[in-house]
Write a new protein. Sequence first.
Length: 81
Amino acid sequence: MDKVDIDVVIRMLSLLMERPMRKTEFWRLSRLNYHSFQKYLQLLVEKGLVAERDGFYYLTERGAKEALSILEWLRRIFYFK
């Protein structure tokens, strides 16, 4: 993947912070076309942030840690001037 849209990555990680999801639901909530969803999902899996087990996608320990770090940074920037 040449160019990564950080907004898409944050949205996908945030979705999985709520709960593990089946691929179809995850895709639907991602608001991406299926081709783009597949590319981003593959990227997140390759980077060790997301994994699949028993038909559900979930954040790995590393994925949860990184997602929390990103969201905390955003909160500091936008809410704690």
